[in-house]
Ligand binder design. Structure first.
Ligand SMILES: Cc1cc2nc3c(=O)[nH]c(=O)nc-3n(C[C@H](O)[C@H](O)[C@H](O)COP(=O)(O)O)c2cc1C
Length: 191
């Protein structure tokens, strides 16, 4: 169960708490942390979009979402993998930012495993003609091909930094976490 607020939060407990809550969000359709904003750089231009968090894995320090490999964000991430994820829970008033480098995975056991989990009716979305971002005459004019799996990609970010912020009634609390290579180094910062 989620902690209601964060008065009980400690520097020692926060790494595990963050990963546990992110992981829980992947399983709960109504959890606001399930639909974060993923930001990247496209030719030095900041770009951001909503995605669905599909996996949060403490052991790999990874956050993962799906994408069509033909989207502009995939092309941009191939050139610059630096990424920030931004999560906000308006009920608990907690913002979490996660930074790291993002890898594009189109052909692995994990890709196939996730592909198999997608309902067949949703798979065709990965084979639109024309591809995402191209101009079309009208929404109804979009066609779908027969090879959607060929465009299915996982975007997996290995997180090096978290910035956690709780807006409290009386005081705000903010913690930064940095992966040292061995452990999460944590410290309070002024909000
Ligand atoms: C609630 C919601 C969830 C979304 N989830 C994803 C997702 O998991 N992966 C994805 O590529 N796009 C997702 N999208 C669409 C993106 O926000 C974006 O419009 C699309 O990926 C094209 O972005 P790009 O041009 O930056 O690649 C989602 C949009 C919404 C509104």
């Amino acid at each position: 169960m989620r902690s209601a607020a964060s008065s009980e939060i400690s520097l020692e407990s926060i790494p595990l708490q963050i990963w546990t809550e992110l992981s829980a969000a992947t399983l709960n359709l109504s959890d606001p942390w399930r639909t974060p904003v993923l930001a990247s750089l496209n030719d030095n231009q900041p770009d951001a979009r909503t995605v669905v968090l599909r996996l949060a894995d403490l052991s790999r320090r990874s956050l993962l979402c799906f994408s069509d490999s033909r989207t502009s964000k995939v092309a941009a991430l191939q050139l610059n993998p630096i990424t920030t994820w931004c999560f906000y829970d308006p009920v608990r008033r907690i913002q979490l930012r996660a930074q790291g480098r993002t890898r594009i995975d189109t052909n692995s056991n994990l890709t196939r495993q996730f592909w198999d989990s997608i309902p067949p009716a949703n798979r065709r979305l990965y084979d639109s003609n024309p591809p995402p971002g191209e101009q079309i005459k009208a929404p109804e004019s979009l066609e779908f091909g027969a090879c959607p799996e060929a465009h299915f990609a996982l975007l997996e970010t290995t997180v090096d930094h978290f910035d956690w912020l709780h807006l409290g009634q009386i005081i705000h609390r903010r913690i930064q976490l940095h992966w040292t290579g061995l452990v999460w180094d944590t410290h309070w910062v002024a909000p």
